[in-house]
Design a protein around this ligand. Structure first.
Ligand code: SAH
Ligand code: SF4
Ligand code: F3S
Length: 468
């Protein structure tokens, strides 16, 4: 997030301090950046710590119990900071809870933590400026119980603050799938796609500010069906148009659902150079029985076949996934089906979670919950296998030359860290002058979580050396 200081609109001089803490998925990261954009014209500049902030926003996640509970413990700490700030005569700390916990249990938040001034759902944060004015008068505002993402996007400022050469770009929100374990359809509402022109305008603005890679976001991003000039556009068509924007050299998208995978999107991976060879395609379980109970509406073989089709058009594509272990009724046999699917697919990276019952979801009242002492060893076994695959994938890159987009400096002097096309972190010494550029790197070593490489001899050295 940019720390540009803007004169407040009220002309009082000093910028106000805004602290945003983000939990959950990439869409929350995008939303937090947009909240900062909305508040910048009011004179708010982001800070790295909450202690002396004038406005604190917790942008929350409701996906698992732990994620939601973290919010309440953080609010407890903030309450004390708010008191200290007032006691020091340093003005008021306004506390807002945004995001999916705000949407799911706004009233409970207000009840459990009186220090909270306002609660704002994921489709209503464009109203933060107005809400702030109102909370100066009365506590207890709760906004955003209904879903209208179009109003939000229409109200957001055209210019975004950017931080580095990569950016998230929300193109689709909401979910109509109702997997039996998941809260997202309740917290984000129905599937909705942003109009094509809006997405292209935002992407051009990002490119003008030096962004080279955009990650298109949606809870079901491959269900994208935004309105274009000549009718509905698919995600593949959108990716083609984005690839034509000068400066946009890399495109990624997440998260996809197997049932929305279309022929044109698969084909696009063989045709659009900017579309990176990396696919995050969650499957959750390898057991047909459990997939049915989860209401995923596809079987194990369909998923495996889909991956095969991607590999036909793009043999080097790196596959990533999400898994849930210990879903109600999961037997040893079902779990073994998940392990065998992982062996069959071969993942470059993956996320795996213990099933967490969520209030209001059908799975939370299903028969045969799996006890923790059974589920946990399964999770460990799955994670060991996924980790082994990830390490092997990283090690297999040694000896290759990969294009790396350098994003930031590393721990050592001169070191730069970037991403390979496969989303791996790549560490390179003597490359800090190349941040924001895509440069070929000779990969020397693959480790568990990253790659190490060196610049090729014909890569331009830093300016100062070149002038010698
Ligand atoms: N839209 C995406 C994922 C959204 S949530 C999709 O359909 O795949 C991100 C991940 O969190 C899910 O893929 C799932 O693996 C995990 N998850 C969701 N609800 C969960 C729950 N109740 N318990 C444990 N993990 C869960
Ligand atoms: Fe949740 Fe399923 Fe929708 Fe993904 S597809 S957001 S897991 S309900
Ligand atoms: Fe969490 Fe909401 Fe994202 S529940 S995973 S922040 S859509």
């Amino acid at each position: 997030m940019t720390d540009t200081l803007v004169q407040p609109a009220d002309g009082t001089g000093a910028p106000k301090r805004l602290f945003i803490k983000t939990y959950g998925c990439q869409m929350n990261v995008y939303d937090s950046e947009r909240m900062a954009d909305v508040l910048r014209p009011l004179g708010y500049a982001t800070t790295e710590t909450p202690e002396m902030a004038d406005f604190v926003i917790l942008n929350t996640c409701h996906i698992r119990e732990k994620a939601a509970e973290k919010v309440y413990s953080e609010l407890g700490k903030l309450r004390l900071m708010k008191q200290d700030k007032a006691a020091a005569g340093d003005g008021v700390m306004t506390i807002a809870v945004a995001g999916c916990v705000a949407q799911a249990e706004g009233e409970e938040i207000m009840r459990r933590q009186p220090a909270v001034d306002l609660v704002v759902g994921p489709q209503a944060y464009h109203q933060l400026p107005e809400l702030l004015t109102r909370t100066a008068r009365a506590r207890g505002e709760r906004i955003g119980a209904d879903f209208a993402p179009n109003e939000k996007f229409d109200a957001l400022p055209a210019v975004r603050g950017v931080d580095g050469p990569t950016a998230f770009l929300t193109v689709q929100e909401g979910c109509d799938k109702f997997c039996t374990f998941c809260v997202v359809p309740y917290t984000r509402g129905a599937e909705w796609s942003r109009p094509v022109a809006d997405v292209l305008t935002e992407a051009r603005g990002l490119a003008e500010q030096g962004v080279r890679e955009v990650t298109l976001l949606g809870q079901n991003v491959n269900a994208y069906d935004g309105m274009g000039e000549d009718g509905i556009w698919s995600l593949a068509r959108l990716a083609r148009a984005l690839a034509d924007i000068p400066g946009i050299d890399r495109i990624r998208y997440t998260t996809s659902h197997p049932n929305d995978m279309s022929d044109d999107l698969i084909a696009a991976h063989g045709e659009i150079e900017a579309l990176m060879p990396y696919l995050h395609l969650p499957v959750q379980s390898g057991s047909d029985r459990i997939l049915r109970l989860m209401n995923r509406k596809h079987g194990r073989q369909k998923y495996i076949d889909l991956i095969g089709r991607f590999r036909e058009v793009r043999p080097d594509i790196a596959i990533s996934g999400d898994f849930i272990v210990g879903f109600p009724g999961e037997t040893d046999r079902d779990f073994e089906d998940t392990m065998s699917l992982v062996r069959e697919v071969g993942y470059a990276s993956a996320f795996s979670f213990l099933y967490s019952p969520r209030p209001g979801t059908p799975a939370s009242t299903m028969a045969a919950p799996v006890p923790d002492e059974v589920a946990r060893p399964r999770l460990h076994a799955l994670q060991a296998l996924l980790f082994e695959q990830q390490t092997a994938f990283n090690m297999s890159q040694a000896g290759r030359t990969l294009n790396v987009l350098f994003e930031k400096t590393g721990r050592n002097a001169g070191q730069a860290i970037g991403r390979s096309p496969y989303l791996q972190s790549v560490h390179v010494e003597g490359a800090d002058h190349l941040i924001g550029q895509i440069v070929p790197v000779a990969i020397e070593r693959g480790q568990q979580n990253s790659l190490a490489g060196r610049l090729l001899t014909d890569t331009p050295p830093p300016q100062a050396e070149r002038q010698d």
